[in-house]
Design a protein around this ligand. Sequence first.
Ligand SMILES: [Zn+2]
Length: 297
Amino acid sequence: MRVVATTALVADLVRNIAGPNRVQVVSLMGEGVDPHLYKGSPRDVRDLAGADLVFAGGLHLEGKLIGVLHRLGRQKPVHLLGDELTISHESKKLPDPWIRDDSMPDPHCWFDVKLWKLEAELLSQIMIDYDPVHRSEFQSNLRNYSAQLDQLDSEIHLSIGRIPADRRLLITSHDAFRYFGRAYGIQVEGIQGLSTESESGVRRTNQLVDLVISRQIPAIFVETSVSDDNVKALVEGARARGHNLRIGGSLYSDAPGALGKPEGTYAGMLRHNVRTFVQAMTDDRSFMPGQVQGVGT
Ligand SMILES: [Zn+2]
């Protein structure tokens, strides 16, 4: 079965749930690609045309591909996972509702491992509906992966617990980390809004300089898939006022690292982010979140 995923994170989820024996997965976007701005290539058109099943992050994450996905949905199954999950999640009135701006749901739900686990359940159900013969295989993959996600979730809680409470402040280029903040008790501020399409202003930068100084925050972070101009401006703004702010490292927000590297999976990307954040905020460069065998492989 040929499956096309729009983003590398969705592709990783498909690999874990569908398993390598059942599907061949192609991801349209790879390392360092910003899904909010991604427009697609002629190769993507060929990949999508040859796909049996298509999965996307949804909730306007793929802002420029949405027309293509809707048109494609008339010919073959196209699942916007975030949209489908929001609908089922809200109808069941589960705790931790979707984060919204006005009425727009925030698409970056992978940063709450519990929500990503629900997305794994949804994906497993879609696979079963599509290919019921292999039901038990998809169910067993889901059980294994869910257990790994549970371990990852508690590992993140323990890691963040090492940061003094007043330093649990994460400032990054754009607003990708609000689910992360809510799930793990971190105040999160994006210099830009929810999508990288929105602009950041001088006023917002000054507001964050005030916050960094008043809380004596040592570091802020760039994202691998977003320009670092606004982060640099904030660092300069703080330094001009005598506060030695630095860039604490690079976080994966909307795209994981290169396929084949530890950061190339969902779990590896989250571990990298947590390690980078905890090291910068505790000045403990040797800190490593506990290694959990097999997660995300
Ligand atoms: Zn984003």
